[in-house]
Design a protein around this ligand. Structure first.
Ligand SMILES: Nc1ncnc2c1ncn2[C@@H]1O[C@H](COP(=O)(O)OP(=O)(O)O)[C@@H](O)[C@H]1O
Ligand SMILES: [Mg+2]
Length: 236
């Protein structure tokens, strides 16, 4: 089966060729670790190839996302990239805008229905929901969350898009079991130095690099050094 590039060459190498299309992946990591940036690489790779890409922001206002991601050189105004603001401050000009944020908890299916409508209108081969954590916060009930998440996954998976969901790393939940792959961003402190590492903890249907590799965020976004080890040059 063909693979699709995640838009970060070193990470494609770690994935032994890229993501398997039409599946759901999870990107986990603490705040500021690069989840949004990594997601944007994935979407812009699609845009570059003429695909339609959909980004749904659940936490940060779309305006902030555009400004911050623009600084990495991503063309966030490209017509093939659709950004939907599903945050509490989201404007009413977007399709999901008439859903009040707190209503999510009561009827999260409105969000699902909204996404379904969008998918009916246009074809998106790459979708990002950033972060999915927000849904859990709002639903605030494990059973409700599980049910909702399953429904959500089934809705998304029935469209042949490849999906990335992001979440904060201190949680282990139903997402981990349902996702076809999990990419995790780590931070280590070694003798006063902060080291960033990226690892694949799960990738159904493929072999993958099992070592955590160093990565950096530069003014061009996320760079993964798939040939390097995190503690290279150290004696252990
Ligand atoms: N030019 C740059 N060089 C290095 N780091 C940067 C640069 N621009 C932004 N950053 C950092 O990149 C990170 C972007 O993280 P982001 O993708 O928003 O993380 P998350 O979504 O996991 O919270 C931030 O920690 C920010 O400080
Ligand atoms: Mg983010």
């Amino acid at each position: 089966m063909g693979r699709i590039s995640i838009g970060v060459p070193g990470l494609d190498k770690m994935l032994h060729g890229g993501l398997i299309p039409g599946r759901i992946y999870l990107v986990k990591g603490g705040p500021g670790m690069g989840k949004t940036t990594l997601s944007m690489h994935f979407l812009m790779e699609g845009v570059r190839k003429g695909e339609g890409a959909l980004y749904i922001t659940m936490e940060e206002p779309a305006a902030h996302i555009k400004t911050d991601m623009g600084k990495f050189g991503f063309n966030v105004e490209h017509p093939n990239l659709k950004i939907i603001d599903a945050t509490p401050t989201g404007t009413k000009t977007n399709i999901l805008g008439d859903i009040r944020y707190m209503e999510f908890g009561i009827s999260f299916d409105k969000l699902i229905a909204g996404i379904k409508d969008i998918l009916k209108e246009e074809r998106y081969t790459r979708i990002v929901i950033d972060p999915i954590t927000m849904v859990r916060v709002i639903l605030n009930n494990e059973a409700a969350y599980r049910k909702t998440f399953l429904l959500f996954v089934n809705t998304l998976i029935s469209n042949d898009a490849t999906i990335i969901l992001t979440m904060e790393s201190d949680e282990v939940g139903v997402e981990e079991y349902l996702a076809n792959g999990v990419i995790e961003l780590f931070k280590f402190v070694e003798r006063g130095k902060v080291l960033r590492g990226i690892g694949i903890s799960k990738f159904r249907g493929s072999s993958f690099d099992e070592e955590i590799r160093p990565y950096r965020i530069t003014n061009r976004g996320v760079e993964v050094y798939h040939n390097e080890s995190l503690f290279m040059g150290e004696e252990y």
